[in-house]
Ligand binder design. Structure first.
Ligand SMILES: Nc1nc2c(c(=O)[nH]1)N[C@H]1C(S)=C(S)[C@@H](COP(=O)(O)OP(=O)(O)OC[C@H]3O[C@@H](n4cnc5c(=O)[nH]c(N)nc54)[C@H](O)[C@@H]3O)O[C@H]1N2
Ligand SMILES: Nc1nc2c(c(=O)[nH]1)N[C@H]1C(S)=C(S)[C@@H](COP(=O)(O)OP(=O)(O)OC[C@H]3O[C@@H](n4cnc5c(=O)[nH]c(N)nc54)[C@H](O)[C@@H]3O)O[C@H]1N2
Ligand code: SF4
Ligand SMILES: [Mo]
Length: 729
């Protein structure tokens, strides 16, 4: 007897609805759910690979404790005892700051981690908080926070209604969209093109998305700020600024034009490698389209000017009148957990940064965290406040953060490390205790973060497909237990959970809920008190958890709608178009005009449909097929180096080196080499039997020197890194 069940995929930001065919505990097939109100049947190979993930014999199901340098299986009680014995002692002796935390990407996808991770961080009370956000999107969060007043009020392209989409440094045909939840990008792009619209891509590489575009312009890595500033300059210079409905909602508009005088297209053309006339035309096309959206992603964030770029993207959206209008970039309204639907409408406290500074590098905290690239130095550098213990939660910074080899050495010197993770991998092999999370299919699902970034408003909730092992706690229970252990509090997890729910619930609401514990109870509270909710009777037709349980296809809440000024949480109640830190940072961009262009080869990154950062290489269905871990290089650059298709190349950075097989292609610009990240599974003490068969090289073994991160956001420079490439003989 087979059974059909539905569930939202928790792997990437696209949040596709999946259809599972089950026979008992066995997964017979996984397909896209055609009835899903958001993804309409789209699926990618990683969604199909959930079966292999669920069945992976290397995926941990029992805690591990390191004894005499080797992991041994332990009971949950033994694992918690070990932590109780060692972690609080370090905190008592050396202070709270002696514990560091690193949280990785699955924290944005798995509901347990998303909703309860902060409870542990609060209990630890350490300033030494690091996450993958500073290897990723922190610049966009910072620029958006400064402009709109909260950390997740980020304008996303309304692709279903736009006629001109300008994409810089994103490859949504492969990544399936990022900081922009847009399942089935290809389908939506085709519809855009069918209605006569155009997409133009700016990227040093003719990416898959560039190939599907109507226009493509290669750019020298790290120079997007110049291009964007020159486009804004052109809008003023050619009288194309049209603020439309935004005019009355802006602060600082008058400061923009004078600040841009140095950035004419003619001044930036050589550094960007884009003709000045092309830059002017891009600005005209943006202004001329009746609905247009500018979108910048990884490639624009992970460089020295990440925050400035992210801001300039929205400056262009504002100057062309495209922010907050249909077919422009818009602000989603999530059904639960959105800061920008809470509190007073149209006004708020805004965001604050720099409430504390990192010990070694004196870097300001941004959104409560320090730059991930500074983790190693905080462990290595002796003195008061040195990190001596680490808690890693669903992260693999040894492969994901630049300077991975250095970090690995540092992790080996810790007094104690706990990892909440599902594999013994390049990072968790340094742990003293590993606590495994349940399979994603054994957990309920709701996208706490990604619904706030979605190109259409919908609400979808999934129940677990399978029961977890009765011995194994849910990840939210593990997080609460750890919180109690480090504070020495009552370790009764359900009492703690009740207190959390009570702190969020309106008077008398808890009794009215159908769910009595865990993430689902918080989701139910979030939905019912949220902008579409039934308000516990106030709005009887409103959304409830029952409705979503009854219909796993989800509820469509309609296209994105205008939200300015109601969405704003700035103290002024206006969009801050010229925030002081960004205006000041324009000076640094001006210096770039005086700096000679970087010489030699520059390395950029890439993703592939069959990978997900560092951690899905162990799944047979994704691992089969051609080698994905290659160094792409232009034939003109390869020839003098003696590199042919298939030759092993050594890539040396300012610090560190790695090896990768060469792939000769004209898709990359001359002067650029392109290497994927997340590979390098050759450490002996990991337990990734499939991944180890094709380990690849770790492009993050290299760390850039000098500017390692964008000084405003602390976000790592991952693209445009100068490298020397040689053939390995
Ligand atoms: N050079 C270069 N480096 C990059 C990037 C780049 O483009 N170029 N991209 C950056 C980006 S955008 C990101 S987001 C980071 C990612 O950085 P990380 O989050 O540090 O790395 P991941 O590879 O996503 O590692 C995820 C970890 O979570 C574990 N995990 C998977 N599922 C679960 C689960 O259900 N529960 C628990 N507890 N653990 C789980 C995996 O085993 C793995 O250890 O990498 C960054 N690094
Ligand atoms: N299949 C797959 N999907 C994924 C992931 C994955 O690993 N595999 N990871 C997920 C994660 S964690 C994230 S954050 C998203 C990322 O999603 P995206 O940002 O869409 O993905 P990337 O492939 O990193 O795209 C970055 C693009 O920037 C270009 N680029 C590099 N340097 C520059 C530059 O200086 N200027 C410009 N204009 N472009 C530049 C690169 O050539 C590349 O095409 O993808 C998510 N989805
Ligand atoms: S695109 Fe992302 S959300 Fe959709 S099936 Fe693939 S991994 Fe899952
Ligand atoms: Mo990411």
């Amino acid at each position: 007897m087979t059974e059909t069940r539905y569930r939202i995929c928790s792997i990437c930001e696209a949040t596709c609805g999946l259809e599972f065919t089950l026979e008992g505990d066995e997964i017979i097939s996984i397909k896209g759910n055609k009835g899903d109100v958001f993804s309409h049947g789209f699926i990618c190979p990683k969604g199909v690979a959930l079966r292999d993930l669920h069945n992976d014999p290397d995926r941990l199901k029992t805690p591990l404790i390191k004894r005499n340098g080797k992991f041994v299986e332990a009971s949950w009680d033994e694992a918690f005892d070990e932590i109780r014995r060692r972690l609080p002692t370090i905190m008592q002796e050396y202070g709270k700051e002696s514990v560091g935390t690193y949280s990785g990407n699955p924290g944005a996808h798995k509901i347990s981690l998303g909703l309860y991770g902060s409870v542990l961080l609060k209990a630890l009370g350490t300033p030494n908080v690091f996450t993958a956000s500073t290897l990723d999107q922190m610049p966009k969060q910072l620029s958006s926070g400064l402009m709109f007043g909260s950390w997740l009020t980020i304008a996303v392209p309304d692709i279903d209604h736009t006629n001109f989409l300008l994409v810089l440094g994103g490859n949504p045909l492969v990544s399936n969209g990022s900081i922009w939840t847009v399942a089935d990008f290809r389908g939506r792009l085709k519809a855009l093109q069918a209605r006569g619209g155009k997409m133009v891509v700016i990227d040093p590489k003719r990416s898959e998305t560039a190939k599907a575009a109507d226009g493509y312009h290669p750019i020298k890595p790290g120079t997007d700020g110049l291009l964007l500033a020159a486009m804004a300059y052109t809008l003023f210079n050619e009288g194309l600024v049209d603020l439309g409905h935004l005019a009355e909602h802006l602060n600082g508009f008058d400061e923009i034009e004078p600040a841009l005088v140095k950035f004419s297209p003619e001044t930036v053309t050589e550094l960007c490698g884009i003709e000045s006339e092309t830059i002017r035309q891009l600005a005209r096309d943006l202004a001329g389209a009746d609905r247009a959206a500018v979108y910048g992603r990884m490639g624009t964030c992970t460089q020295e000017f990440g925050t400035l770029n992210s801001w300039l993207v929205d400056v262009l959206n504002v100057l062309s009148g495209n922010l907050d209008r249909s077919g422009g970039v818009m602000l989603p309204k999530a059904a639960a957990f959105a800061r920008n639907t809470e509190g007073q409408s149209g006004k708020g406290r805004g965001i604050v940064v720099g409430r504390k500074h990192s010990r070694v590098g004196n870097h300001p905290e941004v959104a409560g965290e320090f730059p991930a690239v500074c983790l190693a130095e905080e462990i290595e550098t002796p003195g008061e406040g040195q990190i001596r213990a680490l808690v890693s939660i669903a992260g693999n910074p040894v492969l994901s953060a630049p300077g991975g080899d250095r970090l690995a050495k540092a992790l080996g010197t810790l007094d104690f490390m706990v990892s909440l993770d599902i594999y013994v991998n390049e990072t968790t092999r340094f742990a003293d205790v590993i606590l495994p999370g349940v399979s994603p299919l054994e957990e309920e699902h709701w996208d706490t973060a990604l619904n706030q970034l979605a190109t259409r408003n919908t609400a979808r909730y999934s129940q677990p497909l399978f029961d977890k092992d009765s011995e194994q706690p849910h990840e939210w229970e593990i997080l609460l237990k750890l919180a109690a252990i480090v504070t020495g509090g009552n370790e009764d997890v359900s009492t703690m959970d009740d207190a959390i729910a009570a702190s969020l619930a309106p008077e008398g609401a808890l009794e009215k809920l159908i769910s009595k514990s865990g993430p689902t109870r918080l989701v139910e509270l979030g939905i019912r008190t949220g902008p579409y909710g039934d308000g516990f009777g106030e709005n009887p037709d409103g959304l409830t958890l029952e409705k979503l349980i009854d219909d796993p296809n989800g509820v469509d809440l309609g296209p994105l709608t205008q939200r300015i000024p109601e969405v704003l949480r700035t103290p002024s109640g206006k969009i801050e178009l010229a925030p002081e830190p960004l205006m000041a940072d324009l000076e640094r961009l001006k210096n770039l005009l005086e700096t000679p262009p970087k010489q030699g080869l520059l390395m950029i990154g890439r993703r592939h449909l069959r990978t997900n950062n560092s951690w899905m290489h162990n799944l047979p269905i994704l691992a089969k097929g051609p080698n994905l871990c290659t160094l792409q290089i232009h034939p003109t650059d390869a020839a003098p180096l003696g590199l042919k298709e298939g030759t092993t190349a050594r890539i040396k950075g300012p610090k560190g080196s790695f090896e990768m097989v060469a792939e000769i292609t004209e898709d990359v610009m001359q002067g650029i080499v392109c290497a994927p990240h997340g590979w390098g599974h050759d450490a002996e003490d990991t337990e990734l039997s499939v991944a180890a068969k094709n380990p690849g090289g770790n492009s993050n073994a290299i760390a850039s020197e000098g500017v390692r991160f964008d000084p405003l956001s602390g976000n790592a420079v991952l693209n445009g890194i100068p490298v020397i490439v040689e053939a390995v003989r």
